[in-house]
Design a protein around this ligand. Structure first.
Ligand code: ASP
Length: 344
C-alpha cells in the first residue's frame, strides 16, 4: 500500500477544478512523501488557520508557537507510543492547546461581541462512530473533556449553553470563572474587530485546535475545541461541535478536524464529506480533503483541514495563508509548521 502526505501551498491543480470563485485562494496541496507501509500509529494536530504570515509574526512568537505545537504533539504521541487509545491521544493533545493562551481554545479563547466566552468542542470515536459535543459552554475549563463526558456518560451526543455547563458540573469537571479564558491579546482583538468591523475580513478572526489519531489497534479518533470567531454574536454555534462539519472519525476510513470560517464548513459538512469521498469514491485522504476544502472555497470560505486516511496517512490542506499544524508517527517523525508555503 502506498500513501502520500499532502501539505504546503503548491500543486494540487487537479483538485481545484471545482473551485471557481477565488478569492479565497484554492486549497493548497503538494505530495511530499511516499512510503511503502503506513506507520503503526500516527497523529495530526492543528492550532487554527487564518491570516498567519511571516510579516505578521515576530521571531519570538514564531518560536513560541512551534514549541507549543510540539508540546501538544508530544503529549499525544506519548499516549500512542505507549499503546494507548487514539481517543486518549486526541484528548491529551487538545488539552495542552486548551491550556495554552496562544490558541483559540480554552484559556486564550476569543471573545464574543458581548465580551464573554462561549466555547465549543467535540470528540468522535471511530470504532463505533460514537460522539459527544458541547456548544456555548462558559465555565468548564476544558471543553474537550465535557465533550468526551457527553459521549461516555450521557445518552445524548450534544449539550448546549447552560445545560452543557450544568452537565459538565455533574461530571465533576473543573469549573472556572468566564474571565479565566480572557487574555490581553484577545481583549485587544475584540476591540479592534468591533472598531474596524466593516473593514475586517473574517479570516483574521478565527482559530481553533484539533487533533486526529490512529492507534496501534487501528482505532481512529478526532477532536476539536474552539472559542469560535472573535466578536461572534452571543449564541452563535460554529462548526467545531457539529459532527460531520469540523470533526469526524470512522475506523478504516478517516479521522479529521477542521479550522476556519465555520459557517462555510457547516454548509459543506466538510468532515463527513471528506470521509465519504474516501469511503464511497475511493479518493485518497489528501484528494478527499482537497475536494472538501474546494467546496468551502467555492462558497467563499477559508480555513484548513487535517486528516488521517485508512492506514493513518496524513493530509494537511488549507486555503488560508497559514495553519498551525504538526505530525507525529511511530517511525519517529515529528514536525510542526505554521505558514502555507512551508513544504510540510
Ligand atoms: N471554525 C471555528 C468556528 O467557526 C473557528 C476556527 O476554526 O477558526 O467557530
Amino acid at each position: 500500500m502506498r500513501w502520500t502526505s499532502w501539505v504546503g501551498f503548491a500543486a494540487g491543480a487537479a483538485l481545484l477544478a471545482a473551485c471557481t470563485t477565488p478569492p479565497p485562494a484554492a486549497p493548497s496541496a503538494a505530495v511530499s512523501e511516499a512510503q511503502a507501509q503506513p506507520p503503526v500509529w500516527s497523529l495530526v494536530i492543528h492550532g487554527g488557520a487564518g491570516v498567519i504570515t511571516r510579516s505578521g509574526m515576530t521571531p519570538e512568537r514564531d518560536a513560541q508557537i512551534r514549541a507549543s505545537l510540539m508540546r501538544a504533539l508530544e503529549a499525544g504521541a506519548a499516549v500512542l507510543a505507549n499503546g494507548g487509545a487514539s481517543l486518549d491521544a486526541v484528548e491529551a493533545a487538545v488539552l495542552v492547546m486548551e491550556d495554552d493562551p496562544q490558541f483559540n481554545a480554552g484559556r486564550g479563547a476569543v471573545l464574543t461581541a458581548a465580551g464573554t466566552h462561549e466555547l465549543d468542542a467535540a470528540v468522535m470515536d471511530g470504532r463505533d462512530r460514537n460522539t459527544g459535543a458541547v456548544a456555548g459552554v462558559t465555565t468548564v475549563k476544558h471543553p474537550i473533556l465535557a465533550a468526551r463526558a457527553v459521549m461516555e456518560k450521557s445518552e445524548h451526543v450534544m449539550f448546549s449553553g447552560p445545560g452543557a455547563d450544568a452537565f459538565a458540573k455533574t461530571q465533576g469537571l473543573e469549573q472556572v470563572d468566564n474571565s479565566y479564558f480572557t487574555t490581553p491579546a484577545r481583549a485587544e482583538a475584540l476591540k479592534r474587530v468591533l472598531e474596524e468591523r466593516k473593514r475586517s475580513s473574517a479570516s483574521d478572526r478565527h482559530g481553533t485546535v484539533g487533533a486526529a489519531a490512529r492507534d496501534v489497534q487501528g482505532n481512529m479518533s478526532a477532536g476539536t475545541s474552539t472559542g469560535g470567531m472573535t466578536a461572534k454574536a452571543a449564541g452563535r454555534v460554529g462548526d467545531a461541535p457539529l459532527i460531520g462539519a469540523a470533526t469526524y472519525a470512522e475506523n478504516g476510513v478517516c479521522a479529521t478536524s477542521s479550522t476556519g470560517h465555520g459557517e462555510y464548513f457547516i454548509r459543506v459538512g466538510v468532515a463527513k464529506t471528506l470521509c465519504d469521498l474516501v469511503k464511497l469514491s475511493g479518493l485518497t485522504i489528501a484528494e478527499a480533503a482537497g475536494e472538501a476544502l474546494n467546496q468551502v472555497a467555492a462558497l467563499g470560505g477559508d480555513g484548513g483541514v487535517i486528516a488521517l486516511g485508512p492506514g493513518g496517512e496524513p493530509a494537511f490542506v488549507m486555503n488560508s495563508e497559514g495553519m498551525y499544524r504538526g505530525y507525529a508517527d511511530a517511525t519517529g517523525v515529528r514536525w510542526v509548521a505554521i505558514y502555507g508555503d512551508e513544504t510540510r
